[in-house]
Design a protein around this ligand. Structure first.
Ligand SMILES: Cc1cc2nc3c(=O)[nH]c(=O)nc-3n(C[C@H](O)[C@H](O)[C@H](O)COP(=O)(O)OP(=O)(O)OC[C@H]3O[C@@H](n4cnc5c(N)ncnc54)[C@H](O)[C@@H]3O)c2cc1C
Length: 311
């Protein structure tokens, strides 16, 4: 996409940084790595007259509920809390999945995985996967992980015009993909008061795909070292929240304070190394499609074209 920006002669550093930020938040790569089609589609949406960045009413769970209703309406069956232990291969074809606990679910037509490419590979018997495919997955660049801060606090005394979304960039010059530099903040209870008890707010702040997993790898979540690092690396999010919400916000008065690290992200989102997703640069490489070298095994989700992001 940066080639299009170049061709328009846009050199203003703030505009370039802003475009980089939008690209990075959308796709985990800056404007020199994002697919032009994605940016053009998103720009057309964002800058439609009257368009604002909102949040799903009743929280992101409402989106999931809508998907479930859609599946059920067309007679689909959903098994929640069903961990897939292995994708079962017979005579070179994917024939079903083995769940934790041993249950085998046979696929009538195909197995489709929306786990990340690295997690899907771990579900397959290695002898069934061509070495070149394994190699391609293992060598695909990964975006970093996340720090998260989840808060619950009293709404009294806070700015009336607090808004739902804030982006804090500490230093434009160090780049929007630098560690501990950009913090995203959402206060969805501003729009959907049912997400918090009466008179309270919930807030989620995070560093978007800029927290290196390597800093956390191998740490024991109960150790003092982990707790110390957690407090250190969360400070940037606390400061960003204080900056966005103003002096009437007091971190000491928060009734809920939960900090998530790349280990938390890996555990709850069940993504390899807690990654945001593949960091595939448009123009240098292409996103995998949806078929795989294993007959009857397909992949979808953000490890496939067009990559990270819900649209
Ligand atoms: C903090 C944050 C903010 C974001 N904001 C935006 C945004 O504003 N707009 C946007 O477009 N995108 C956003 N994204 C990106 C977007 O959420 C992802 O790209 C998208 O959710 C990926 O969908 P997916 O189905 O590919 O993977 P996932 O959402 O990761 O779903 C994979 C699912 O597979 C399950 N799973 C994994 N392994 C197994 C197993 N062995 N057995 C059974 N189930 C398993 C996981 O539990 C998970 O539910 C954001 C991401 C994060 C983390």
């Amino acid at each position: 996409f940066s080639e299009i920006i170049d061709s328009l002669g846009l050199k203003d550093p703030f505009v370039r940084n802003w475009v980089d930020l939008l690209a990075f938040l959308l796709a985990g790569v800056k404007s020199n790595g994002i697919l032009s089609a994605e940016m053009i589609y998103m720009f057309a949406e964002w800058y439609k007259p009257g368009c604002t960045l909102e949040y799903p009413l009743h929280g992101s769970g409402a989106v999931v509920d809508a998907l479930v209703r859609g599946m059920q309406k067309f007679s689909g069956r959903i098994s929640l809390r069903s961990h897939v232990e292995k994708i079962v291969i017979e005579n070179g074809r994917a024939v079903g999945v083995r769940l934790r606990g041993g249950q085998f679910v046979r696929a009538r037509k195909a197995v489709i995985s929306n786990a990340s490419m690295w997690d899907t590979l771990n579900l397959l018997p290695s002898e069934a996967v061509p070495k070149s495919y394994q190699e391609r997955i293992r060598s695909t660049a990964q975006c970093d992980s996340f720090m998260h801060l989840h808060l619950g606090f009293d709404a009294e005394g806070l700015r009336e015009d607090m808004g739902i979304h804030h982006i804090v960039v500490n230093d434009w010059a160090s780049g929007v993909d630098a560690e501990q530099n950009v913090v995203l903040i959402s206060v969805p209870s501003v729009l959907s008061p049912d997400l918090a008890p009466p008179g309270k707010h919930v807030l989620h702040a995070y560093t978007p795909g800029t927290e290196p997993f390597g800093l956390w790898e191998g740490l024991d979540r109960r150790s003092d070292e982990y707790k110390k690092l957690k407090a250190e690396r969360a400070e940037v999010m606390w400061r960003a929240v204080e900056r966005a919400l103003g002096p009437s916000f007091d971190r000491e008065k928060c009734e809920v304070k939960l900090i998530g690290t790349p280990l938390t992200h890996r555990r709850f989102l069940r993504r390899h190394r807690g990654t945001y997703g593949p960091a595939i640069q448009a123009g240098k490489d292409t996103f995998p499609g949806h078929s795989t070298p294993i007959p009857q095994l397909y992949c979808c989700g953000d490890s496939t074209f067009p990559g990270i992001g819900v649209p």
